[in-house]
Design a protein around this ligand. Sequence first.
Ligand code: IMP
Ligand code: MG
Length: 175
Amino acid sequence: MNLDVSTVLITEDEIKKTVRRIAQEITRDFQGEEVTFIGALTGAFIFMADLVREVDLPVTIDFIKASSYRNKTTSDGNVQITKDISFDIEGKNILIIEDIIDTGNTLRKLKQHFLLRNPKNIKLVTFLDKPSRRLVDIESDYVGIKIPDEFAVGYGLDYDNKFRNLPYIACLKFL
Ligand code: IMP
Ligand code: MG
């Protein structure tokens, strides 16, 4: 099987503009506050790095890892936290940063996980959104770009842990 990533879904330029727009929304909504960004590994690592540099607020940063993969292209409802954050979030503004919201299982689990620790506020931030695939009732508060039901790779997103370093987002074709 050949994997083809020549179909560009989102260009580098669109990525930059979208990150800047989300950062402006966050900066405006949290004026005068401190915000803790928690990135979901591994997919969010590039988006997180770009986003925090565009946000004009005092920020703290950490990463969490959740895994759920049944196979290489879809997650199931059984999401496990495999690496947790290491500080107290009580009374803090939390932003959970994800590469994509697909079925919604991962973000539902992460949101529940943090809600138990009494933060002041939790909002979800996803670069991509595949609304047609949603299985659970959850939406992201800040969405970059909505995409159709295609398998996206690049800009942190992977297939079998590959293609994360593409500077654009491609639609993966199985030839
Ligand atoms: P969910 O739990 O189904 O919402 O899926 C969330 C996770 O599935 C994301 O963090 C991604 O790691 C992965 N995922 C879902 N769709 C895609 C895709 O199109 N490309 C790459 N990874 C994806
Ligand atoms: Mg992921």
